[in-house]
Ligand binder design. Structure first.
Ligand code: FMN
Length: 214
């Protein structure tokens, strides 16, 4: 097998990103870019790559969906027994990456995660749609399973159990983590390759903004 891909170019471009046009707070700047991505019709604006690692530094990545932002940070929902959560227990330091090709934008961030309390988790679970709630009960995420049929049966069984139940309670192994960001990098593509990179780093509660070479 031998093939190269130099003829495949990603055509990415966008407005120039200047220090005087960004907000001093990293989370607010992220929210502004996310709002723009949603407004401009980015395909999966709230999906991001989350990277976790083991105690020894072996890393793994996967896509998850952002469910909420507040002054604490960025929240995603998942199964607490999954591979990512097993790694988070070993090393609470994670990194994330949003990529919005329609805008030629990438946002990297790094921080520590905290497991969300039951009360907040119940509120977040109540916002999930019926299928998401059913899936939360049905799947042993990251475990090996014999067949697809096995999962279909699990889902069917829970669907039957819940019947017409209006308010499905949250299973205790499903909930959110909140990522407290300590670093953001806002990257804006330009077709002359002179891309903008603004890095925000949190020092004693204040964000320091620096430009990095592309
Ligand atoms: C667009 C997209 C959104 C996803 N959102 C989530 C999510 O919010 N939570 C989640 O646990 N998995 C989500 N997944 C599935 C994960 O990528 C992954 O397969 C799963 O979390 C198991 O990962 P782990 O074995 O490393 O824990 C999503 C996948 C895609 C492609």
């Amino acid at each position: 097998m031998n093939k190269d891909y130099f003829d495949i170019e990603s055509e990415l471009d966008g407005e120039i990103l200047l220090e005087q046009e960004v907000t001093p707070d990293g989370v607010e700047q992220f929210q502004a870019w996310l709002d723009t991505a949603i407004r401009e019709g980015a395909k999966t604006p709230t999906s991001f790559v989350l990277s976790t690692s083991t105690f020894e530094g072996k890393s793994s990545s996967r896509v998850v969906n952002l469910r909420r932002i507040d002054e604490q940070g960025l929240y995603f929902l998942t199964f607490y027994e999954s591979r990512k959560c097993r790694q988070i227990l070993q090393n609470p330091y994670v990194s994330g990456l949003f990529y919005w090709p329609e805008l030629g934008r990438q946002v990297r961030f790094e921080g520590t995660v905290i497991r969300v309390d039951d009360e907040t988790n119940n509120k977040l679970f109540a916002r999930c749609n019926d299928t998401q709630q059913l899936a939360a009960w049905s799947f042993p995420q990251s475990q090996t399973v014999p067949t697809r049929k096995y999962l279909e049966t699990l889902m069917d069984d829970f669907r039957e159990d819940f019947g017409n139940t209006k308010k499905i309670a949250r299973p205790s192994n499903y909930g959110a983590y909140c990522i407290h960001p300590q670093m953001f990098e806002f990257w804006q593509a330009h077709n002359n390759l002179l891309h903008d990179r603004l890095q925000y780093t949190l020092f004693n509660g204040t964000w320091k903004i620096e430009r990095l070479a592309p």
